[in-house]
Design a binder for this molecule. Structure first.
Ligand code: E4P
Length: 231
């Protein structure tokens, strides 16, 4: 399963990337606006950091505009994935861009039917928004399960399920169990995934007990041991 970071914040991306567990990044117009930088420079810098798929969203409302923006964005970096909204114009743009060999992430997906159409249009990724569905009283995880099941029956479609609008660590477990190919998550959710109170208290106890051993210097002990063995 691939993990993407859902942010345009360069510090968060650098930090998560340094952990060695980030495969890519997704952005959207709201996330770019929140950081306040120049869109294209930010996308170029994210691509430089992650060296993996980075979704950059088009803002035109007509297919021709989406295709134009998409073709230009794809030239910013080989890592750019053009993101288009799931609507009639977005489907046309997905078809044209994917025919050009440009990877497309179809976003704002809220139904299995929409996901089927995006795959037919040639989407590389489909982004169902589970958190926003939960917000309106529907079951976001159930939608992920449906799309994973449908795509598995028709592997020739070749579209990957990218679970988006992830709100908490439990969502991550649920979409992983559902077989989502990718999940994109905010840095705060990623941070919560790492932490567990028993890990912290367990580590504190190990350190306390270790402080009672006669020689707590591991590096020194190993170096002396290796030197003695070498003769
Ligand atoms: C996905 O690509 C979107 O950027 C994102 O997951 C939306 O999440 P939100 O519903 O928390 O805004």
């Amino acid at each position: 399963m691939k993990l993407f970071l859902d942010t345009a914040n360069l510090d968060e991306i650098r930090e998560a990337h340094s952990w060695g567990i980030i495969d890519g990044v997704t952005t959207n117009p709201s996330l770019i606006a929140k950081e306040g930088g120049d869109f294209v420079s930010v996308i170029a810098e994210i691509c430089e950091i992650v060296q993996g798929p980075v979704s950059a969203e088009t803002v035109s409302q007509e297919a021709a505009g989406m295709i134009r923006e998409g073709r230009l964005l794809a030239q910013v970096s080989e890592h750019v994935v053009v993101k288009v909204p799931l609507c009639r114009e977005g489907l046309k743009a997905t078809k044209a861009l994917s025919d050009d060999g440009i990877p497309v992430n179809v976003t704002l997906c809220f139904s299995a039917n929409q996901a089927l159409l995006a795959a037919k249009a040639g989407a590389t990724y489909i982004s169902p928004f589970l958190g926003r569905l939960d917000d309106v009283g529907q079951d976001g995880v159930e939608l992920i399960e449906q799309i994973v099941a449908i795509y598995a029956m028709y592997p020739a479609l070749g579209t990957e399920v990218l679970s988006a609008s992830v709100r908490h660590p439990r969502h991550m477990v649920q979409v992983a169990l559902a077989g989502s190919d990718v999940a994109t998550l905010p840095f705060k959710v990623l941070s919560k995934m790492v932490e567990h109170p028993l890990t912290e208290s367990g580590n504190a106890r190990f350190l306390k007990d270790w402080s009672t051993v006669p020689d707590p210097d591991v590096v020194g002990q190993v170096e002396r041991f290796l030197a003695a063995r070498k003769g």
